[in-house]
Design a protein around this ligand. Structure first.
Ligand SMILES: [Zn+2]
Length: 436
């Protein structure tokens, strides 16, 4: 602004200077042209020239306006068309979000026609096609999005969802891998890729996915550590199958360290350490997991460390494990059973009463019946306990969180439906409760 003012001032000063200069030097001009003769003064001639130039400039501008009008009209129309296209696109996406199939389909067609850019309208047209159940059309649209770098990740994610829905895990894995390679830090994509690799038994690749997810901060650190425990546990099994006991042990130890609550890894570490003659380390591994996740599998692994001990030795040794987490129901059951075998009736009764308070169930009732029979030969009391077994709450077991089916053993993927990391320990009644 200041610059323009300065230029304007300069121009006025120059004009004033020129007028003064001309006024000081009056003169006459005579023009002869084609038999014409014009006599005039210099200032008048200059003014006539300026006026002539102004008329020419005005005429030129007028001509430009007339000639350029159709082009401008078309540009305005094109702009309005694109505006309507974008409006249809955003309204269409809103319709998809609320599941309005008819409106989404109509707006998708409109946006497609107005914007004439399949890569841009691909998401809407694909989602509208998906809503109306036209998977072939949705797939075609999503594939066209993959060709454009800006929409490739979105297209691949859409294709991944479609492949998962029709149960084509091989195709889903391929799409997930390609989408992940584009570098997005998305948590659901990291989870999808890991799960698909786990389903396919590609545990080494699954572990690489976790490393990358950590770098991209795509998953929470504890989530990564838990999944890492699964991959290390599975790789430990593979090392054992390959005849490499050293790797089998070190991988099992890593799995145990990655997630102390993974009881299967603790039990495996204990078994492998026992085989290597390291019973103290085995006991330490079981105790550390018993503290955070008491489980019958740990008791089983603990007892396997000294298979030849006497019943009394067994009670003494079991107490060392149980005291790491003395209130656990499974600890009371285990100690009661060992005390029964050692004929330590008082101790057996004490632990069974505690167990019955915490988790009344068939296993505890059967042990109580055994106690009545063996300690007091009281058949009537034993029968009273046995009559409760039929109506007792179900004992805890492994269940799949995805398909709901029970499993005899814990495995990284559900033996019934193949979902990774879906087995949890508890009773079926708990499974029917809504998730907290
Ligand atoms: Zn399942």
């Amino acid at each position: 602004m200041a610059r323009r003012l300065f230029l304007f001032g300069l121009l006025v000063a120059a004009l004033v200077a020129a007028s003064v200069w001309l006024a000081d030097r009056p003169g006459q001009v005579t023009v002869h042209w084609q038999g014409w003769r014009v006599d005039t003064s210099v200032p008048v001639l200059l003014m006539a020239m300026v006026a002539f130039m102004a008329v020419v400039a005005f005429a030129w501008r007028l001509l430009g306006m007339v000639v350029g009008a159709p082009g401008r009209f078309l540009a305005r129309r094109r702009e309005a068309r694109i505006q309507r296209g974008y409006a249809a696109l955003s309204d269409g996406l809103a319709a998809v979000a609320v599941g309005d199939r008819k409106r989404a389909g109509k707006l998708a067609k409109q946006a497609d026609r107005l914007l004439a850019d399949p890569a841009l309208t691909g998401l809407l047209t694909a989602q509208a096609a998906e809503l109306s159940g036209d998977e072939a059309e949705a797939e075609k649209r999503l594939s066209s999005m993959v060709e454009r770098p800006q929409t490739a990740a979105l297209g691949l994610k859409g294709l991944l969802t479609l492949a998962k829905r029709r149960g084509d895990n091989a195709a889903a894995l391929d799409y997930a891998r390609r989408a992940w390679a584009l570098g997005a830090p998305a948590a659901d994509l990291a989870t999808d890729l890991f799960d698909l690799q786990a389903r396919a038994g590609q545990w080494v690749e699954a572990e690489a996915t976790l490393d990358e997810a950590r770098k991209r901060r795509a998953l929470a650190p504890e989530d990564i550590r838990h999944r890492q425990a699964l991959t290390q546990y599975e790789r430990s099994l593979q090392a054992e199958r390959d005849g490499d006991p050293a790797s089998a042990l070190s991988l099992a130890q890593k799995a145990h360290q990655s997630d102390l609550t993974l009881v299967i890894a603790a039990a495996r570490v204990a078994r492998l350490l026992h085989r290597a003659g390291k019973d103290r380390k085995a006991a330490a591994a079981l105790t550390s997991t018993w503290q955070v996740a008491p489980h019958p599998l740990l008791v089983e692994a603990w007892l396997a460390l000294a298979p030849a001990e006497t019943p009394l030795q067994r009670v003494k040794r079991l107490e060392k494990l149980v005291k790491a987490n003395p209130d656990a129901a499974d600890g009371h059951v285990a100690l009661a059973e060992a005390a029964l075998a050692a004929k330590l009736w008082g101790e057996a009764r004490n632990h069974l009463e505690q167990a019955a308070r915490q988790r009344p169930g068939a296993a505890v009732f059967i042990l109580l019946a055994r106690l009545e029979r063996e300690e007091r030969q009281d058949e009537a009391a034993a029968q009273a306990w046995m009559s409760k077994v039929v109506t007792a709450p179900a004992e805890p077991a492994w269940h799949c969180a995805s398909c709901g089916k029970p499993a005899d053993l814990w495995t990284s993927t559900c033996p019934s439906c193949g979902t990774p990391d879906s087995l949890w320990w508890g009773s079926k009644a708990q499974a029917l409760l809504p998730a907290p």
